[in-house]
Design a protein around this ligand. Structure first.
Ligand code: ADP
Length: 170
């Protein structure tokens, strides 16, 4: 049984995440989508909501488990769950620069390998942060998120979906 972990905060999960998770499930027998909470960060959605959205969206794919991951080391979590790999999507060279030292550290700590998958070209620009900003300013994000996420984004954003302030485009 070859098991991989796709970690992230998924606040909320979007099509770029889903595409990488689906590709990971073609490479491994089981993929654990490990939903993290960093207590120094402020999230739009609670841990339970983030997990629920991921589960709803991934329900049709076989061999995928969505579960919370605690505050400890990811390398330790992978060892505990019997995962031989961490799968990460790469959008840019800055993603790579950020991920490389963590990948090396995780391998040295527990032997877990990190597998990088290049992001699909039409999802390269997607991040949860940008999607939330666009949605809050009344922009159309239905091409970027699954339906259950869209519903929640619209119901948790500023009233009417419009906010004052700068748009993400400046
Ligand atoms: P964070 O843990 O920084 O909050 P996210 O939850 O946004 O990260 O994303 C989790 C992981 O999903 C990232 O580390 C990256 O590997 C992958 N990812 C994020 N956005 C994309 C994208 N647009 N295309 C492919 N992979 C992505």
């Amino acid at each position: 049984m070859r098991r991989a972990v796709c970690p992230g905060s998924f606040d909320p999960i979007h099509n770029g995440h889903l595409e990488v998770i689906a590709r990971a499930s073609g490479l491994f027998d089981e993929v654990i989508v490990a939903v993290s909470t960093n207590y120094a960060k402020k999230y739009r959605f609670s841990l339970d909501e983030r997990i629920e959205m991921a589960r709803e969206t991934l329900a049709s794919l076989r061999g995928i488990i969505v579960e919370p991951v605690g505050q400890g080391l990811l390398a330790e979590y992978c060892r505990h769950r019997g995962a031989s790999a961490i799968v990460k999507g790469l959008r840019s060279s800055s993603d790579f620069d950020y991920e490389l030292p963590m990948a090396t550290m995780n391998r040295q700590l527990s032997g877990v390998e990190t597998v990088f998958l290049p992001a699909e070209s039409h999802y390269l620009h997607l991040s949860s942060t940008l999607i939330k900003e666009v949605a809050d300013l009344g922009g159309e994000v239905s091409d970027f998120v699954p339906r259950s996420v869209l519903k929640r984004l619209l119901s948790t954003g500023p009233a009417g979906g419009h906010a004052s302030g700068l748009s993400p485009l400046g």
